[in-house]
Design a binder for this molecule. Structure first.
Ligand code: KIV
Length: 243
């Protein structure tokens, strides 16, 4: 379904990590909900996604899956959970048993054996290229990718490899917009951008960034549509005054 949307309809995707958020987002009619490992920062209070465990992912996938969304429910394979084809399949199966309908992992040609094994096991796979948050420490921060020619070539080759392996779509995170556009034009599956300009086939955001429930940090590419933190503080203050 997501794959068939390329060229027909913009794909709107958001993260959810719990039952009410998954239910609310599903009621808006979006076609893709991701239980992202960004839950590490916006829900669990870790400094980055590298601390998220399989057990934590399963817990949150179960909660989101209880909303029984009509949207495709995808889940992130956390850091170090897909080092080999065998562990990639075993951990993907755990996420599916928890309620995920697809899994996402970060990387292109470097994880191709794992991607092929996941797809061969019958589990739909969502790619993730560009800035790879699980590698933030090696990459020295959250930097835009594709500005240098060798990065551009590598991204194009990784996107082609994931397409050929059978991924149904690819998230492009912090890819310089001209390169995100070039990838989008060259591959047959949808690209879903985050901080990668307007020309991807769809866009994905962390729900907390969109509605302002994590006000201590807002990525540069996000224009929050609501300041929920301020509304919540105001509601609490008003309630206290009423006591
Ligand atoms: O972990 C996450 O939430 C993600 C998306 C924002 C792409 O990977």
């Amino acid at each position: 379904m997501i794959q068939g949307m390329k060229g027909r309809e913009r794909i709107a995707a958001l993260t959810a990590y719990d039952y009410p958020t998954a239910k609310l987002l599903d009621e808006t009619g979006i076609p893709l909900i991701l239980v992202g490992d960004s839950l590490g920062m916006v829900v669990l209070g870790y400094p980055d996604t590298t601390h998220v465990t399989m057990t934590e992912m399963e817990h949150h996938v179960r909660a989101a899956a209880r909303a029984k969304p009509r949207a495709l429910l995808a889940a992130d394979l956390p850091f170090h959970s897909y080092e080999t084809a065998e562990t990639a399949v075993a951990n993907s199966r755990r996420l599916v048993a928890a309620g995920a309908e697809a899994v996402k992992a970060e990387g292109g040609r470097s994880i191709l054996a794992q991607v092929r094994a996941i797809i061969a096991a019958g589990i739909p796979f969502l790619g993730h290229l560009g800035m790879l948050p699980q590698h933030v420490r090696e990459q020295g921060g959250y930097h835009i990718k594709g500005c240098r020619e060798e990065e551009r070539q590598a991204l194009l080759a990784d996107a082609a490899a994931l397409t050929e392996a059978g991924a149904f779509a690819i998230v492009l995170e912090l890819v310089t917009p001209p390169v995100a556009n070039e990838i989008t034009e060259r591959i047959s599956i949808p690209t879903i951008g985050i901080g990668s300009g307007p020309d991807c086939d769809g866009q994905i955001l962390v729900i907390h960034d969109l509605v302002g429930t994590y006000p201590w940090f807002t990525p540069r590419h996000v224009k929050p549509r609501l300041n929920a933190a301020e509304l919540m503080s105001g509601a609490v203050a008003e309630w206290r005054r009423s006591l």
